[in-house]
Design a protein around this ligand. Structure first.
Ligand code: PRX
Length: 657
């Protein structure tokens, strides 16, 4: 099985309309309803968003102006509105029958489980918010969160939001070095972690990584570390700096009113990879993000009051932020959190969770689907999956074969599939079917969400014809758009708004993806057009991996490319030239792979290291990655090679292949 190619998806003609049973009870019931909303939003976006903001959220104080674009590309939404997302996710449900409804159902790894009702979650969050305050965390202070998939991760996020301290969650699979860089950039005042977490049948240490990140006063802004006891292994606690979560939580008051935040106050920073430099801190603010994640969760996942909803992402990624924590809880839904991951030793793990809790809505990544296909149909078939009524995918293009398997084997042919295209930067889902309204085509994310003006353009910003490939752009701002790169406004402007220059004074948001639109107006996203890789749905910058490699004493130069992979979508392949007398060997290749894990984390481990005497470069010294991509994939080198400085480099690389 492979990633979709232009040829394969051009031939994809199957269409799956929603069943009338599904549409009848859906929030958005027909294509006409969708079109009406879409047209309304396009005609008057401010009125569209204002009406929803008023209807769907609680505001302590209403805004004066819906949208300010006087200083593009720095947009502001719901100006002077006062709101708190933790209030919208918790307090407002307590005066309704949702008070004792399950908010979070947690399935932990070696058979642990826990359910928190809205009332219980509210209490935990208030207590923990008071713990943060007692350690001196104030509105505006950044808090690092480096945790496993346990309910305390959501409690920590909501507690930060409650007191107005922006969180910066760092995926628990990142290394101490990667954590340190992010804590330094965010100037975090406090870090919340756990002794360890479970990852694929093993305990991964977390607190020791925090210790390493903070060693030698590398992050002077960090004053305190809070530690959840999860796995009980021996860890060291530094007196004065480190505190046990459960000890402080025990005595903390459960009264903590939610701070009235300005709509544009920062809610969180989340680091993501780009094509240049270090990961950038994507900044999201409060009101617009709350609204957009709320309404997309409601309409795209068609949330109904009794649904059990499960998104398998990790809270360390944007999907976890928007569609495990904030979107579902703002809607008063029951959201499942799972500490495990697909693995050969437990090939039925996802299906067990669905059966155990009667999951109705299931949202996962194509890479997981492909891994399960490989493990065999017998595993899902041995479980009762009849509770499912809607399926979703996110993170990378889904190949039509995987889509069909998901539809038939998991969805029993009856569940609509929402293939949702979006990014850390967009905050919420941008292009997606609305499941009761939009017929789906395997491999297409279909149509933009109401209020989202997506287009495919060339590098000058001119729209391209149907079925012609181009760059995916968004032509009008939306409430949950990222506000800036933390501490680097120029990078924000350059990366997203100037790559394709403003057209007739209008700014186009450049997503970094290539796509085409077909004759029905359906979008087919092909993948990144920049030097960003997508490995198992995780975003990785080639530059990041290259910097990690060249920080090893044996490496002179490194060039990293993606190679198509059956399960992961892409795999990291590194071409490396060596310093001085170092000689290529398998041991050195393994040492370099380990070095990348050490510097970034296991998700960046190269699948292959190819030693070479020289890298193919242009006369101006630019590495020709295109050629390396061809070589890594075992393809003939295609396209123009006339700019190569030294053709013999290419010949040698071919021979070595
Ligand atoms: O290339 C696109 C791909 O994932 C990128 C965004 O990565 P990240 O910020 O980590 O967020 C992932 C989860 C939202 C995009 O630029 N991508 C995401 N969803 C899809 C996708 N590509 C194709 N189809 C999708 N449904």
């Amino acid at each position: 099985m492979s990633q979709p190619t232009i040829e394969s998806i051009l031939q994809e003609k199957r269409i799956f309309p929603p069943s009338s049973d599904f549409s009848r009870t859906a929030h958005i019931k027909s294509l006409e309803d969708y079109q009406k909303l879409y047209d309304q939003a396009q005609a008057n976006p401010e009125a569209f968003w204002a009406e929803l903001a008023e209807k769907e959220l609680h505001w302590f104080q209403k805004w004066d102006t819906v949208f300010d674009w006087s200083n593009p590309p720095f947009g502001k939404w719901f100006i002077n509105g006062k709101i708190n997302i933790s209030y919208n996710c918790l307090d407002r449900h307590l005066t309704t029958p949702r008070k004792n409804k399950a908010a979070i159902i947690w399935e932990g790894e070696p058979g642990d489980s826990r359910t928190l009702t809205y009332a219980q979650l509210h209490r935990e969050v208030c207590q923990f918010a008071n713990v943060l305050k007692s350690l001196g965390v104030k509105k505006g202070d950044r808090v690092g969160i480096y945790m496993p998939m346990i309910p305390e991760a959501a409690v920590a996020m909501l507690a930060c939001a409650r007191i107005g301290a922006p969180h910066s969650v760092v995926f628990g699979g990142f290394s101490a070095e990667a954590l340190r860089d992010r804590l330094i950039d965010a100037q975090a005042k406090l870090v919340i972690t756990a002794d360890g977490g479970w990852r694929k049948d093993a305990i991964v240490p977390l607190k020791p990584q925090v210790d390493k990140a903070l060693a030698d006063n590398a992050c002077p802004s960090v004053e305190n570390v809070l530690v959840v006891q999860r796995t009980q292994q021996e860890i060291s606690m530094q007196t004065g700096r480190d505190h046990w979560w459960h000890e402080l939580q025990k005595t903390a008051s459960p009264n903590c009113p939610a701070e009235a935040m300005d709509s544009e106050d920062m809610l969180f920073i989340l680091y993501t990879s780009g094509s240049t430099g270090k990961p950038k801190g994507v900044v999201h603010t409060t009101g617009g993000y709350n609204l957009y994640t709320h309404i997309t969760t409601k309409w795209i996942f068609d949330l109904q009051e009794t649904d059990v909803y499960w998104c398998t992402a990790d809270v360390g990624w944007i999907t976890g932020h928007s569609y495990i924590v904030y979107g579902p809880l703002s809607n008063g839904a029951t959201t499942v959190m799972y500490e495990g991951a697909p693995r050969a030793s437990n090939p039925g793990c996802f299906w067990d969770v669905i059966e155990k809790y009667g999951v109705n809505i299931f949202y996962t990544a194509p890479t997981a689907i492909r891994a399960f296909i490989k493990m065999g149909d017998q595993h899902p078939k041995a479980r009762d999956l009849s509770s499912l009524r809607l399926l979703g995918t996110v993170g990378e293009p889904i190949n039509p074969e995987a889509w069909m398997w998901y539809h038939e084997v998991i969805g029993g042919g009856k569940c609509p599939i929402v293939d949702t295209w979006w990014q850390t930067e967009t905050g919420g889902i941008m292009i997606t079917p609305l499941p009761g309204a939009i017929p789906t085509k395997p491999g297409s994310a279909t149509r933009p969400f109401p209020g989202i003006l997506a287009d495919i353009v060339d590098l000058e910003g001119n729209p391209v014809a149907d079925n012609e490939g181009g760059y995916l752009v968004i032509k009008y701002p939306w409430p949950s758009m990222m506000r800036t790169v933390y501490g680097d406004e120029n990078r924000f402007r350059r990366t997203y708004w100037e790559h394709i220059p403003p057209k007739d004074g209008k700014y186009l948001y450049f997503a970094g993806d290539g796509a085409r639109r077909d004759e029905d107006g359906y979008f087919w996203v092909m993948g990144r057009v920049d030097d960003v890789l997508n490995v198992s749905g995780h975003r990785l910058g080639t530059m990041e991996v290259e910097s990690a490699l060249v920080s090893h004493p044996a490496v002179a130069e490194a060039a990293v490319v993606g190679k198509p992979d059956e399960i992961k979508g892409e795999e990291v392949v590194a071409f490396v030239t060596l310093e001085g007398t170092h000689q290529p060997s398998e041991e050195l290749a393994n040492a370099l792979k380990q070095h990348v894990v050490q510097e970034i984390g296991a998700i960046a481990r190269p699948g292959e290291i190819k030693f070479t005497d020289a890298l193919p470069k242009t006369r101006s010294g630019k590495i020709m990655r295109r050629l390396l991509r061809n070589l890594a994939a075992g393809q003939e080198v295609s396209g123009d090679t006339s700019t190569l400085e030294d053709r013999s480099v290419l010949d040698k690389l071919r021979e070595g292949n």
